[in-house]
Design a protein around this ligand. Sequence first.
Ligand SMILES: C[S@@+](CC[C@H](N)C(=O)[O-])C[C@H]1O[C@@H](n2cnc3c(N)ncnc32)[C@H](O)[C@@H]1O
Length: 271
Amino acid sequence: MYFSGNYNYLEYTTYTIKIVSKKGDYYMDDHRYDSRWTTEELSKSYLEGVRAAIPLVQTQFDLIVKLVSGLNPDIKTVMDLGCGDGVLGRLILDAFPECHVDFVDFSRPMLDALKTKIESTDRTSIYKLDYSNPDWVNDFNDKSTYDLIISGFSIHHQPDSRKRQLYDELYHLLNHKGLFLHLEHVSSASPALNEIFDDYFIDHLFIYHQSVNPAVDRDEIATKYYNRPDKMENILAPIDIQCQWLRDIGFSDVDCYFKVFELSIFGGRKL
Ligand SMILES: C[S@@+](CC[C@H](N)C(=O)[O-])C[C@H]1O[C@@H](n2cnc3c(N)ncnc32)[C@H](O)[C@@H]1O
């Protein structure tokens, strides 16, 4: 399938400009923006060098638990979509001892990392699936009954049209009162704010890497950050537009519950 610049222009102008200026026209079938995640290299560099450096992680975790406790405390069935090593699903398993978590990801190295971090209990299942294709839901047709779907820093590799379609699929996978919580990388409102976010993120990468190796150089970290291989794979969309998509789909209590520059938690529940 071929998406021209015009197609994206109709969808969301600022985003289009960003994509077109990076890569020209976007070819959905012959160029994917998420496939690098299936490599050992990116999985390892994210899990060992980036995840622990994300600013305000504990605040995000506390808010996620608070939101679930407030909006749908009796959760039993949970999906962690684009789970990586399962950091969010494992948070939920610990905080809500009655629940079962289905971990979903398409990256073998990530799922291998996940397996080392969860005990093989009857509280977890693992699905190796690619959610970029709408057929992925077929694996869940007989269990459209999630009390919580959580996703962290994964869906922003999809084009906007697919993001919105995926949110609709998630809505249909939820139970009555089911909650969707999205910890996500969203776009900055302007290039100046994007620059501040980059600098803020590099500060945090530096603090983290310095704690592992005191001799580490901030400039080196900044160079690596600006030239990271997955940078071009980010297709960031504004938080307000994504919240509006959720409202249009039918979600209630939609809001941006947390936002610091490009890091956000947003979502809603199905009433
Ligand atoms: C940045 S990592 C985030 C992992 C974890 N959710 C976290 O919060 O740290 C993105 C994850 O999304 C997964 N992912 C990306 N695109 C995917 C797709 N189309 N289908 C399934 N998983 C995908 C990647 O394999 C990777 O594990």
